[in-house]
Design a protein around this ligand. Structure first.
Ligand code: BG6
Length: 508
């Protein structure tokens, strides 16, 4: 594995949750895998007034609490935190940036870095623009000495207009190849494995189209609620938080044509084509094609679960959706007429993300089925947890006659001995250090995704009569979501933590 060039990572929002829960543990893990540059330093920037030493102590605690590898070796942690620095600054104050630049230069000289800097915006989205503008004012966007890269967390804007505006502003300051828009789902090993499954195996591709596939279903369910993020979430909702990015990216990788190479643009061009082929949902069709819901309080295993409107920092009359299910089509030769169903929600019965490819039934039914039910083959690509793949197909039940039973053939990543699945952030930070933007959303992808959601956002904004269905925490969302699925007796799959199981409430 290639080692990145010497560099400094500057994290804006260093006193926030993302830094302590995800970023620092990921960089720590990269160091332990010897994937960090020979010389590097990390400069945390935040409003909280603490010293570098206090920042090191805080980050040490984060590593102990949140690192995926449970590290007990004190030397490893001490060896890591010694390269952390902190600078307290208000992101809106111009003079703060000049001071930060001097400090950065000091660290650069100390380590002989040579001017390669990555600026990670782990701040609230409203600050992305001002940070970029101020970095530019003090000359930190220019690549005259060393590279300058900017990592931007999602959400990238909150609708088509703001997404475009942010792109435009950033492009005035830096070029597209300096911008790395994070969609952490693309950093997941199993999401990348979708490309390998589809394009390294000859047997799937001939079936991967409207002739053999009946429908595609993508679920990203969470059992947690909004936790401490009520303030952010209430102004975002599931459509912006999950659909615009994570779910549509999974649609893109599932539906794309084979890329000509593994080059970043070759792959992203194909995903973009999928987004451009999404059949727009007309505003008047939104109530029938898009179901939104909000969790209400309930009792789960004897524990009282608070309804969304009573969560911290959420308005008591909030109409923000914590659940979205939708049906749409992709207008191209491969997918014409095949419905795509996607759903995501908080406070559902379990945490599961998976893609289900439902194949068409055989044209002629020769055999008797279990309980007289006709089944069809399914390929389930499990993104998390119990990462793996499951193929459901029919076999003869031993004995007289020709009774047929639906059986499972499954692969679980955990069966690969000594394999640790790296966290998404490890992969993505490493890629930015190498300058590889394959797993990052490009400007046109982000805008096209917003464009697809525009009529939905418009319909919801203009028409308060479109219902936000309540669903008790711990259930699979509003029952109306079942009406989206065309076909008698067809429902969503109800996945369990274990890939091979399926039952409405297996985790509860
Ligand atoms: C984030 C969303 O992007 O993804 C969160 O903002 C959500 O609301 C999270 O909980 C889910 O990520 P994962 O990796 O746990 O599926």
């Amino acid at each position: 594995m290639e080692n990145p060039r010497n560099l400094i990572i500057v994290i804006f929002g260093a006193s926030g949750d993302l830094t302590s829960r995800k970023l620092i543990p990921a960089i720590f893990s990269l160091k332990n895998q010897k994937l960090m540059p020979v010389k590097y330093a990390i400069l945390g920037v935040g409003r909280t007034k603490i010293s570098s030493e206090e920042f090191r102590i805080k980050m040490r605690e984060s590593i102990i609490s949140f690192s995926e590898e449970k590290v007990s070796d004190e030397n490893l942690i001490s060896g890591f935190v010694k390269d952390l620095y902190y600078h307290s600054m208000d992101n809106y104050s111009e003079s703060g940036y000049s001071e930060m630049k001097s400090y950065l230069q000091e660290i650069d000289n100390l380590y002989s870095i040579g001017g390669n800097y990555i600026f990670y915006m782990a701040t609230p989205p409203s600050m992305y623009e001002i940070i970029a503008v101020n970095l530019d004012k003090v000359g930190l966007c220019s690549q005259d000495s060393g590279f300058r890269r900017v990592i931007i967390e999602k959400p990238f804007g909150y609708d088509l207009e703001s997404g475009k505006k942010l792109n435009k502003k950033l492009h005035e300051l830096i070029s597209e190849d300096q911008i790395f828009r994070i969609d952490h789902y693309l950093g997941k090993e199993t999401v990348q494995n979708l490309l390998v499954t589809r394009f390294a195996n000859g047997m799937f591709e001939p079936l991967w189209n409207r002739n053999y596939i009946h429908r595609i279903e993508i679920t990203s369910a969470e059992s947690i609620g909004v936790e401490e993020r009520g303030g952010y979430y209430d102004s975002s909702g599931a459509l912006r938080d999950m659909v615009q990015n994570h779910l549509l990216q999974m649609v893109g990788l599932t539906a794309m044509e084979p890329p000509s190479s593994l080059d970043a643009d070759a792959i992203r061009n194909e995903v973009l084509k999928v987004f451009q082929s999404l059949q727009p949902i007309k505003e008047e069709d939104v109530p029938n094609q898009v179901i939104r819901g909000q969790y209400t309080g309930s009792l789960i295993r004897g524990e009282c679960i608070t309804g969304y409107r009573y969560e911290k920092d959420v308005a008591v009359n909030s109409r923000t959706e914590t659940y979205v299910a939708m049906k749409f089509f992709i207008n191209n030769w491969r997918w014409g007429g095949v419905p795509f169903y996607i759903r995501t929600g908080k406070r559902l019965p379990t945490r599961v993300t998976e893609i289900v490819v439902h194949f068409k039934q055989t044209p002629h039914h020769l055999f008797q089925r279990e309980a007289g039910k006709l089944t069809a083959n399914q390929l389930i690509i499990r993104i998390q947890p119990d990462e793996g793949m499951l193929l459901k197909f029919d076999m003869k039940e031993p004995g007289a006659g020709f009774n047929v039973k639906n059986v499972n053939m499954d692969f679980h990543y955990k069966d690969l001995a000594n394999i640790r699945i790296p966290s998404a952030y490890e992969r993505l930070i490493h890629d930015v250090m190498l300058g590889d933007s394959t797993l990052f959303s490009r400007d046109d992808e982000v805008e096209t995704a917003w464009k697809f959601l525009y009529p939905i956002q418009q319909a919801w904004a203009k028409n308060p009569g479109i219902k936000v269905f309540g669903y008790p925490a711990g259930t699979w969302g509003p029952e109306h979501a079942n009406d989206l699925i065309d076909g008698d007796d067809l429902t969503w799959r109800y996945p369990c933590k274990n890939l091979a199981d399926e039952e409405l409430y297996c985790e509860l």
